[in-house]
Design a protein around this ligand. Structure first.
Ligand SMILES: NC(=O)c1ccc[n+]([C@@H]2O[C@H](COP(=O)([O-])OP(=O)(O)OC[C@H]3O[C@@H](n4cnc5c(N)ncnc54)[C@H](OP(=O)(O)O)[C@@H]3O)[C@@H](O)[C@H]2O)c1
Length: 216
């Protein structure tokens, strides 16, 4: 139990809620994109960002489910500024369409939360012939980030505020294949292990975040 209540350097613990950690923050004027907001961590992130005044754009592959989430958030917070746009992270075509539509709206972008994910799925290739967990969890978010980076940089310059890119990883990044990322075998069914492949995609999320931090 202590693991949940032990506070880290931020002053928060594993049992702190999204509302706890954003208490008294007025984030009016900021814009965020949250992926995977039909369920779990994504819904709560979108809900609480909106509660703090952020304009939240939720990327959904299932627009029907998305509509329900949007209505639920609005029912409890009628002033929430939330939009939904179609986004299937397992398809590069869909990611390109999403970013081109977003960028054409001339909105600012302060925060990008790369949250959507699938876990331990049976072997399958994406539309682009990439192993599905790697395609969804890493490649889709990698492309999304690259295609939004210029908008984020321009927003940061214009508003004189640093942006934030959050890759939602997992402690399972430590449990990838023994060689780390199997660069030459990512799309091979032979030797596929659904949990190691999940770990591999989460390790890629961590490496991506480290490199962004170094680069930016
Ligand atoms: N829950 C945990 O204990 C835990 C622990 C460590 C890390 N994480 C990480 O936290 C993140 C969120 O996890 P969660 O437990 O909240 O997951 P979840 O409840 O299963 O929700 C996953 C979200 O990702 C979306 N998604 C899946 N594939 C997608 C695609 N191709 N395109 C667009 N959206 C897609 C789902 O949308 P649909 O409704 O369309 O399926 C859903 O909104 C994941 O990255 C996960 O790896 C979770």
């Amino acid at each position: 139990m202590w693991l949940f209540s032990r506070k880290g350097p931020s002053g928060f613990s594993a049992s702190s809620t999204a509302e706890d950690v954003t208490q008294e923050i007025d984030a009016t004027g900021l814009t965020a994109i949250v992926t995977g907001a039909t369920s779990g961590i994504g819904i709560e992130t979108a809900r609480v960002l909106a509660l703090r005044g952020v304009h939240v754009v939720m990327g959904f592959r299932n627009m029907e489910a998305g509509k329900e989430i949007k209505e639920t958030i609005l029912r409890n917070n009628s002033t929430a500024k939330i939009d939904m746009m179609e986004l299937d992270l397992s398809s590069m075509e869909s990611v390109r369409k999403f970013t081109s539509q977003f960028n054409s709206r001339s909105l600012p972008l302060n925060i990008l939360i790369n949250n959507a994910g699938i876990m331990a799925t049976p072997f399958k290739l994406s539309k682009d012939n990439i192993e599905l967990q790697f395609a969804t969890n890493h490649i889709g978010h990698f492309l999304l980030t690259n295609l939004l980076l210029e908008t984020m940089k321009q927003t940061a310059i214009k508003q004189k505020k640093e942006g934030r890119i959050v890759n939602v990883a997992s402690r399972r990044h430590k449990l990838s294949y023994s060689e780390g990322i199997r660069f030459d075998k990512i799309n091979d069914e032979s030797g596929y292990n659904s949990l190691s492949a999940y770990g591999q995609s989460k390790l890629a999320n961590v490496l991506h975040a480290n490199e962004l931090a170094r680069y930016l």
